[in-house]
Design a protein around this ligand. Structure first.
Ligand SMILES: Cc1ncc(COP(=O)(O)O)c(C=O)c1O
Length: 438
């Protein structure tokens, strides 16, 4: 169970912990936002995103760069704001590349990583002049080489190392592990590295590996970077290349329930600082840069999904509230089995907390945000917020199911709210279908 509350206002104005503070979302009245934009809506606090970028950057040693993982939130306005904060972008598809370019990212600060890149996507990335492409397999290396050969550009590349979890008595993470969907086992990678180092069309500059998702343990995150640098050093030694970039992926975690501790950023920074000092004393590593690709950490807590209570049933002591949106807009709780904190954004007098079920309007039993949150007894018309909804939120969901309107997305910057993605109505979705005239 995820304990929920009416307000997690431990943040204080200027904090980096969350969007809800003293009953306000990004400093604005939820009722006023609902009045202006309708429900359901996602609201992003862009200034909070900026503070989270700064907080991370402040602990990173020299030579560390940040590229936002676009998959976590590809909203154009969110990306444009992140670009203005000076971070780069990590894209996983041609569509994400297009979005990042539209958001104004300098192509040199774009990295592309992901399985199953089509030729057209690789070609678009090479033609756009992006900083680096992470190659996932020997086959992809061959395809990219011939694509790059057709251009005048020698494309900088990384090779992606497979990481597997061996769930024995204790889960052991094997870096350079067995063949799977992502990257290459170490032996395959070494072979690909030798081929890439001889290539005239690609330029091998380092290695990539994504460790694990939503890690709030600073030591684990730092250990991943350290291990991967060790692999990068071996690749450089075997191939004679100069190791210029190690991309340690994302995975910086956030708490989703009140009992979970946030990532200790200061500790993470200290560990990285110690490593940097060691690398600087090693001629083979001195000039190397490290790229981190956080998604969730930067945007997750800076957003709430807000829906309105349409119906309340059941006894006063254990009510069931049905909202006008559910997992069609925020699938994550059902997808990964992790609840989001919920808040009833009631403006009236304090109500007693009762064990509450909160569900969406879909005709499936999995469309339930919680069955046991202690919340002020909801009433029809109340607004309910699911917090920490900024990463893997709307765009990871299933908005077509049951033909409800999509949520709108709203961004708040300097105290001003703006619509950034209008609602799509069922009629508009119907207009995109074809009923053949047989
Ligand atoms: C290659 C890569 N980089 C970065 C990320 C971002 O991860 P997170 O949002 O957990 O930081 C992912 C997530 O799947 C990924 O696959």
């Amino acid at each position: 169970m995820t304990p929920a509350s009416t307000d997690r206002s431990t943040t204080g104005v200027g904090g980096i912990d969350g969007i809800l503070d003293a009953g306000h979302l990004a400093g604005l009245s939820p009722a006023a936002l609902a009045e202006e934009f309708g429900t359901p809506f996602f609201v992003y606090d862009l200034d909070l995103i900026g503070r989270r970028v700064e907080a991370l950057r402040a602990v990173l040693p020299r030579g560390f760069r940040i590229a936002f993982a676009v998959k976590a939130n590809p909203s154009l306005a969110v990306l444009a704001h992140l670009r203005s904060c000076g971070v780069g972008a990590d894209v996983a598809s041609g569509g994400e590349l297009e979005t990042a370019l539209r958001a104004g990212f300098d192509p040199a600060l774009i990295a592309m990583t992901g399985p199953g890149k089509r030729d057209a996507e690789l070609a678009a990335a090479v033609e756009a002049g992006i900083g680096v492409i992470t190659v996932e397999s020997p086959g992809e290396l061959r395809r990219l080489e011939s694509i790059a050969a057709a251009t005048a550009r020698r494309q900088p590349i990384l090779l992606r190392l497979a990481v597997t979890d061996d769930a024995g008595l204790e889960t052991v993470r094997i870096i350079g592990g067995v063949e799977g969907k992502f990257g290459m086992p170490l032996e395959t990678l070494m072979e690909a590295a030798r081929a890439a180092a001889r290539s005239e069309h690609v330029e091998l500059i380092g290695v990539h590996a994504f460790g694990a998702s939503n890690v709030r343990d600073a030591e684990q995150l730092a250990a991943h970077v350290s291990e991967l640098v060790g692999i990068g050093r071996r690749v450089a030694a075997e191939t004679g290349i100069r190791l210029r970039l190690v991309d340690a992926g994302g995975g910086l975690g956030i708490p989703y329930s009140d009992g979970e501790r946030p990532l200790d950023l200061a500790r993470f920074g200290r560990r990285l600082g110690e490593m940097r000092a060691r690398w600087d004393a090693d001629e083979a590593l001195a000039g190397m840069e490290i790229l981190l690709e956080p998604g969730r950490f930067l945007v997750g807590p800076a957003c709430a999904y807000v829906a309105r209570v349409v119906d309340v049933k059941g006894p006063d002591s254990a009510p069931v509230a049905i909202l006008d949106g559910g997992i069609n807009h925020l699938l994550r709780p059902a997808l990964v089995g992790s609840e989001h904190r919920l808040a009833v954004l009631a403006t009236d007098a304090v109500r007693a907390l009762v064990r509450t079920t909160v569900a969406g309007p879909l005709c499936t039993g999995i469309d339930v945000f919680t069955t046991e949150a202690m919340l002020p007894r909801p009433r029809v018309g109340d607004l309910v917020a699911a917090l920490d909804a900024g990463a893997y939120g709307f765009t990871e969901s299933m908005p077509f199911f049951l033909s409800h309107p999509t949520p709108v997305e709203v961004a708040v910057h300097n105290g001003r709210a703006q619509l950034i993605r209008p609602r799509i109505t069922p009629a508009e979705l119907l207009d995109r279908q074809i009923n053949p005239d047989w």
